[in-house]
Design a protein around this ligand. Structure first.
Ligand SMILES: [Zn+2]
Ligand SMILES: [Zn+2]
Length: 401
């Protein structure tokens, strides 16, 4: 969920006069709008299998979208893990993801010693740098230091490079133009490598204490961080004009177990914003990242075994913006919907791609019922799995014998 969601909620709050009622009432209303408290509606109904008998397994670590806490929710921030035999690959690292990963490792390891939990973690891929996809990264690094992170070989971390130019300022139609301040104007759009460097710098006191006093290996040497280099793209002019030009998928990583390809998706103004495809010997999984319906994603996901797709409930958005809509509100609503995918459109995308299973994750609002998520099946002939935290789904072929 992007910054326009925050703008939208602020606007909706003020439209309803709730902000005038004071911060307490305003925040309570905000909670209701983002999906309300306790998630009785979001009870897992595991149409997911448990992954038993599969060498490649998808584990949903967190299934909520958006930069907010949802007290009482069954969902943590967006993050997923792909287990291929004994190795694990992580995709995004939202709120609570590090603990969820540790939990998943406890379940899947025959020897779940807390100091060795992260030894199987090979690589971490960021779809984009919105906070709801990266906010637990420092936790994963610093706590993972005691859990075997990078012990046998450095953890590979790959994600977007620097955006290169600031996104445009959202100007409210019919109102005077605004020119908000720029945070850190000398480096306002860092990429994954620079973000990681900043995290290490922020925690230098802790790093030096443990390196000198405990004689731990330097944490910086336990990760290998790379910005994903973009290929030449015929239709690309600039991040603000063509953030997701029509393109062929390109390879970002390969090892003995998986090949990872990527494409740019429609999550403007975020750039770059990736979807990833993982192909193993047994099967394939695509992670949509955050996106509106997008040809690049359909191309990437052709014939995939499992498509993990983000989703926003358009009916919930309608409740945020009750008619009549003025020009500003209509523009905000359009902005929000075009950067994400409705439940039914997620089904259409899966159908166009010929995906065998559609797993719905990055759920907005967080307390959507399985009944509503299953509406994706209206336009999709494959299996729909409403995503829930720590659900495990077998991918592709079962293990022989
Ligand atoms: Zn998001
Ligand atoms: Zn996003």
């Amino acid at each position: 969920m992007c910054q326009e969601v925050g703008q939208a909620v602020q606007l909706a709050l003020s439209r309803r006069g709730l902000l005038k009622a004071g911060a307490g009432a305003g925040m309570a209303a905000l909670s209701l709008m983002l999906g309300g408290a306790p998630a009785s509606a979001a009870t897992p109904t595991a149409s997911a299998d448990d992954g038993a008998g599969f060498d490649t397994r998808l584990v949903l670590l967190g299934t909520a979208g958006g930069p907010a806490w949802f007290p009482g929710s069954t969902r943590h921030g967006i993050a997923s893990a792909l287990q291929v035999r004994d190795l694990t690959y992580m995709i995004d690292c939202g709120d609570g993801a590090a603990r969820q990963l540790a939990q998943a490792m406890m379940r899947s390891r025959a020897d779940p010693h807390p100091f060795r939990l992260l030894e199987p973690l090979q690589a971490l891929f960021f779809t984009h740098l919105h906070s709801d996809h990266v906010v637990d990264y420092d936790n994963l690094l610093l706590q993972g230091w005691t859990a075997g992170l990078g012990r046998h070989q450095p953890l590979v971390v790959m994600g977007p490079g620097p955006r290169g130019e600031l996104p445009p300022v959202f100007q409210k139609p019919g109102q005077p133009p605004v020119d908000p301040p720029v945070a850190f104007p000398n480096a306002p759009t860092p990429g994954t490598a620079q973000m990681t460097e900043h995290i290490f710098r922020a925690f230098a006191t802790d790093l030096n204490d443990r390196i000198r006093d405990y004689l731990w290996p330097d944490l910086r040497g336990l990760v290998q961080v790379d910005d994903i280099a973009l290929p030449k793209m015929a239709g690309f002019t600039s991040p603000n004009q063509t953030p997701s030009p029509d393109m062929e998928p390109f390879e970002v990583w390969a090892d003995a177990q998986v090949r990872v390809t990527a494409t740019l998706v429609a999550h403007s103004p975020v750039f770059p914003s990736f979807a990833f495809r993982f192909d193993s010997e047994q099967g394939s999984v695509v992670f949509s990242g955050d996106t509106g319906p997008c040809r690049n994603l359909v191309r990437l996901a052709q014939g995939v075994d499992v498509l993990v797709h983000e989703v926003i409930d358009a009916a919930w958005v309608d409740t945020l913006f009750p008619p009549p809509l003025d020009e500003t509100t209509a523009a905000l609503k359009h902005h929000l919907l075009s950067a994400h995918t409705s439940i039914e459109d997620a089904g259409r995308v899966a159908e166009q791609a010929g995906a065998k299973t559609l797993v719905l994750s990055h759920v907005i609002p967080h307390n959507l019922s399985d009944e509503r998520l299953n509406l994706a099946g209206r336009h999709y002939s494959g299996r729909v799995v409403p995503g829930h935290d720590l659900a495990t789904i077998g991918v592709g072929r079962r293990r022989a014998g």
